[in-house]
Design a protein around this ligand. Structure first.
Ligand SMILES: C[S@@+](CC[C@H](N)C(=O)[O-])C[C@H]1O[C@@H](n2cnc3c(N)ncnc32)[C@H](O)[C@@H]1O
Length: 240
C-alpha cells in the first residue's frame, strides 16, 4: 500500500465524498460503498486469506475480496441479494480465489463454520426495521423484527458466532448507524456493549461520512420521517 493511501485510511474519519469517487451502479438497498470493504481488506488481511460477510447483501465485501486476491464467504437470507452477489462475483476477472455464497439465515449457517477459521469479518447488518429487504415475517429477516430488544438479542446471537469463528487477534468490522427514524435508538452504542459482552476487545471506531448527496432518496426509502438527516455511520473495529 502506498504511504499516502496508508496515511489517509488510518484516520478515524473517512469522508467518502471528499476522499474518493465512490459511485458505482449497484442499487441494492443498504449497500455499503465498495471503498469501505476495500480499505478494511487492505488494512487487516493478506492475499490468500478468507473474509466473511454474514449479511452480504449485494456482495460488496465478496467482490472487493476477489479483486484483492482474498477468498470469501457470503451469507444472506434474501435470494435476490444472493443472485446479485453471484453475478457481481462472476464479473470480476477470474482469480485463483474461492468464494462460498450461502442463501439462508446466518444464525443457522454460521454454526457450520469452524472455530478460529476466518481471517477477517466485514459486515453490515440491518439497522433495526428501517428498510424492507424482504416482506418475510417468519423471523428469518432480522430487519423485520419490530421489537428493538428482541432485535438486539438476535444481533448478539450473530456476533457471538462471529467471535467463535474469527481467528485470535484478527479483526471483526461491523458497519452500523444509529437509528433516527421512528424515534432515536443508539444502535451503535448498544452494539458496542453487546460486542464487549460476547468477548470482543473494542479497538475504536472509524466514522464514515457518507450519503451527503442522498437525503432525498433516504426520505423516500424510510418508513418514518427521519428526525435529522444523518450523514455518518460507524465502523466498529473489534478484535478477539
Ligand atoms: C445492510 S444490508 C447489507 C448490504 C451489503 N453490505 C451490501 O453492500 O450490499 C443487510 C442485509 O442483511 C440481510 N439479512 C437480514 N437478516 C438476515 C439473516 N438472518 N441472515 C442473513 N442475512 C440477513 C438482508 O437481507 C440484507 O441484505
Amino acid at each position: 500500500m502506498e504511504q499516502n493511501e496508508w496515511n489517509r485510511i488510518k484516520l478515524s474519519v473517512w469522508d467518502m465524498q471528499k476522499d474518493i469517487d465512490y459511485k458505482d451502479d449497484n442499487n441494492y438497498l443498504g449497500k455499503v460503498y465498495p471503498q469501505i470493504p476495500e480499505r478494511l481488506i487492505k488494512l487487516y488481511s493478506e492475499k490468500g486469506e478468507t473474509i466473511l460477510d454474514c449479511f452480504c447483501g449485494s456482495g460488496t465485501t465478496n467482490v472487493e475480496a476477489k479483486k484483492l486476491g482474498r477468498n470469501s464467504i457470503g451469507i444472506d437470507q434474501n435470494p435476490y441479494a444472493i443472485s446479485i452477489t453471484k453475478s457481481r462475483l462472476e464479473g470480476v476477472v477470474p482469480s485463483n480465489t474461492r468464494h462460498s455464497i450461502f442463501q439462508g439465515d446466518n444464525r443457522k449457517i454460521l454454526h457450520s463454520l469452524g472455530e478460529n477459521s476466518v481471517d477477517l469479518i466485514i459486515t453490515s447488518p440491518p439497522y433495526f426495521n428501517i428498510l424492507d429487504y424482504t416482506s418475510v415475517k417468519d423471523g428469518t429477516d432480522l430487519g423485520n423484527i419490530d421489537d428493538y430488544g428482541l432485535f438486539l438479542k438476535n444481533m448478539e446471537t450473530v456476533l457471538k458466532d462471529n467471535y467463535r469463528i474469527i481467528k485470535p487477534s484478527r479483526y471483526c468490522c461491523w458497519v452500523v448507524g444509529d437509528i433516527t427514524t421512528g424515534g432515536f435508538k443508539p444502535f451503535h452504542f448498544d452494539m458496542q456493549k453487546i460486542a464487549e459482552r460476547v468477548g470482543f476487545q473494542n479497538k475504536g471506531d472509524t466514522i464514515i461520512v457518507d450519503r451527503c448527496d442522498e437525503p432525498k432518496t433516504l426520505n423516500e426509502d424510510f418508513k418514518y420521517p427521519p428526525l435529522s438527516t444523518q450523514i455518518h455511520e460507524y465502523i466498529m473495529l473489534l478484535t478477539k
